[in-house]
Design a protein around this ligand. Structure first.
Ligand code: SAH
Length: 352
């Protein structure tokens, strides 16, 4: 039994089935998540027979830090090795304004967005709930932030709504009041808009902030940039957002990667305003993070500001995402590992 794959209710059931009282699950959650301790011998408030039984029959799988790169701006990218030898990346972004962990949900990604390096990997496999929440345990230990407030964004490798069940389970584990008790307003789920899953999300009790990777204002262009649009089209996505049951005072963030001369014209800005009309929206512009093999250019700051102003002048709330960690290939769309071997200086250099 791998304890980190269990929600607290599962753990309670497993304990009672073995004849132990359910409240030991609360103690175990506190050790694993609140105190960051996975060693049963140190769990001093658990009875000795239970500790012995856990030693015999339970494990606490935790991703291993294979490599750590620190950017000039303090952003730190972690290459994490999973139990089956696969690699993923997670990123610590200090003070944006709150400390933020950017977490992966899959090894690779099946979405193949035209400007994203992770898409080039293809999808190797889904992460389990324990692997998703495990990234948070590792980053808390590595950054010394255990006990401090922090945010998580599901914006690392993978499409969270393409791994719905494990992603939501991980969020419930992280949200558990006896564990990290991560508040839902500190969680942001970013998605290309897998519509059936988006509809399911609308019915969840645990409701993260929603960010939609829109990137385009016409069906044809979005078909090309975000291929899943051929299945779940732009208009249907926007309609689903309009119908999404938002909590009080919340808004949907629409992410829009700016590609020079492609989707950053005044006409694009006007169409974007029309498209989002009537939605409690804010727009987050992401000037392209360039990389070898990505056939687009990053617009100049002037162009970015002009686009932002065109939206703001028509009443939209707009922000421009600061690219953090570009020098270590840790920024949006720059996460890529070859899945089998750790990233080495040599391999990284080949990609830059
Ligand atoms: N699969 C999720 C999370 C992905 S990453 C999603 O698509 O929403 C978070 C954001 O970074 C997405 O909006 C994604 O489209 C964007 N992104 C991808 N590649 C990028 C790049 N090269 N430059 C800037 N943003 C990029």
């Amino acid at each position: 039994m791998d304890l980190v794959e269990l929600e607290r209710s599962d753990l309670e059931a497993a304990l009672t089935a073995r004849g132990y009282p359910a409240y030991h699950a609360r103690q175990l959650f506190a050790w694993l998540y609140r105190r960051g301790v996975g060693d049963f011998a140190r769990m001093s408030d658990l009875p000795k027979p239970l500790r012995d039984e856990l030693e015999r029959s339970a494990v606490v799988s935790t991703p291993i830090v294979a490599q750590k790169d620190v950017s000039r701006d303090g952003t730190t990218k972690f290459l994490l090795k999973l139990a089956d030898g696969r690699f993923i990346e997670s990123v610590y972004i200090p003070e944006t304004p709150a400390d933020t962990f950017c977490i992966s949900t899959q090894v690779g990604c099946a979405m193949k967005c035209a400007f994203c390096l992770t898409g080039k990997m293809g999808l190797t496999r889904n992460l389990s709930a324990g692997e998703i929440a495990g990234q948070v345990r590792v980053l808390l230990a590595e950054t010394g932030l255990l006990g401090q407030p922090f945010n998580i964004v599901l914006m690392g490798m993978g499409e969270p709504l393409h791994n719905y069940d494990e992603t939501m389970k991980a969020l419930r584990i992280l949200h558990d009041e006896h564990g990290l008790a991560l508040p839902e307003r500190r969680i942001t789920l970013s998605t290309v808009g897998v519509l059936p899953a988006l509809e399911r999300l609308g019915n969840e009790t645990l409701m993260p902030n929603l960010a939609i990777s829109l990137h385009s204002t016409t069906e044809d262009q979005r078909d090309a940039l975000v291929p899943v649009n051929r299945k779940y089209g732009l208009q249907d996505l926007v309609d689903a957002c309009r119908a999404f049951p938002l909590k009080r005072r919340r808004r949907i963030t629409f992410e829009y990667v700016l590609l020079e001369g492609v989707n950053d014209t005044p006409a694009d800005a006007r169409r974007l305003v029309t498209l989002l009309h009537g939605i409690k929206a804010k727009v987050n512009l992401i000037p392209l993070n360039e990389a070898a093999g990505i056939p687009f250019d990053r617009p100049s700051d002037e162009r970015v500001n002009a686009f932002a102003k065109a939206l703001a002048d028509r009443g939209l709330t707009v922000s421009v995402r600061k690219s953090r960690g570009r020098d270590i290939r840790a920024a949006c769309g720059q996460l890529i590992v070859d899945g089998a071997t750790p990233s080495t200086g040599q391999r990284a250099a080949g990609l830059l």
